[in-house]
Ligand binder design. Structure first.
Ligand code: ATP
Length: 268
């Protein structure tokens, strides 16, 4: 599809085990979104136990919203359309309305399917903010299609939005997203769990104390913690290269380095 990136469950390399420190939210998502999709045959008679047609993940940047969105698709065995809103809202692109329809037609054909919209507030923000006419028409079309989906009890398509600014979303949009989850900044226990996950396959110096590290990283998001670990490993890599070069007095070639991986111990 022109305006988006389509991924099948096989291509998604993220599942619940890649999300740390959010067990309670995972449990809720498992029950309210994943189970009704995975076991739809079992529950097809129930009108209550159905997957929601709109799910909103909100919270500060870098705290795992996109990660969770992909994990939902993987765990529920759904295709995943990552909607590139920029193309849809490009006012010079006269075909936006048709594209909005095409997104839903495509999702229904590919169902079970998630239409993922990152920064959904930039696309479906509260009214009163001046929109280019073509954008306004495209949005109306998008809403019409979404309503069609909501009234169609049989389709398994979920519009999954992520935002840092839920307060900027149109009330009409929030109504269409009955399942809303706050993915907040990680506390100390969660930061430790995230660090453990990021560093689980790395060789750590025995002096590394993850609990202390978690305590000293107040205000860090999961993404910040990942960057911190990446910097620590790069720092060690640079030090290691410097040591090797000065020892041998010649630059290492890749063959020399292959058997030295056990010396790459990260300290923080
Ligand atoms: P943005 O609002 O900027 O789009 P986001 O909330 O969608 O951010 P992600 O893109 O999901 O954040 O997170 C970025 C990266 O940070 C992830 O790919 C992952 O490596 C790491 N990360 C964030 N939160 C967690 C977590 N709870 N568990 C494990 N890794 C995490």
């Amino acid at each position: 599809m022109i305006a988006s990136h389509l991924v099948t469950p096989d291509e998604i390399d993220v599942n619940w085990s890649d999300v740390a420190g959010l067990d309670a939210i995972i449990q809720e998502l498992r029950e309210s979104v994943v189970m009704p999709v995975r076991h739809r045959e079992l529950f097809k008679r129930s009108k209550l136990f159905r997957a929601p047609k709109g799910v909103l993940l909100h919270g500060p940047p870098g705290c795992g919203k996109t990660l969770i969105a992909k994990a939902i698709a993987k765990e529920a065995d759904m295709r995943f359309i990552n909607l590139d809103v920029g193309v849809l809202t490009d006012k010079w692109y006269g075909e936006s309305q048709k594209l909005a329809t095409a997104v839903f037609t495509c999702a229904k054909k590919l169902q079970p399917c998630i239409i993922f919209i990152d920064e959904i507030e930039s696309f479906l923000r509260a009214r009163g903010v001046a929109d280019h006419e073509a954008t306004a028409m495209m949005k109306t079309q998008f809403m019409l299609q979404w309503d069609g989906l909501i009234s169609d009890g049989n389709s398994i398509v979920i519009v999954l939005g992520a935002t840092n600014r839920p307060q900027d979303l149109d009330k009409a949009i929030l109504r269409r997203m009955p399942a809303q989850f706050h993915i907040g900044p990680p506390g100390e226990v969660q930061r430790k769990a995230i660090l453990q996950l990021i560093l689980q396959k790395e060789q750590l110096d025995s002096a590394v104390n993850l609990r202390q590290l978690a305590r000293g990283t107040v205000g860090f998001s999961g993404s910040d913690l990942k960057e911190l670990c990446r910097h620590a490993s790069m720092y060690r890599m640079r030090e290691f290269m410097r040591e090797r070069v000065s020892k041998d007095n010649q630059p290492d070639n890749e063959e020399n380095l292959d058997d030295a991986s056990d010396q790459l111990v990260i300290s923080m």
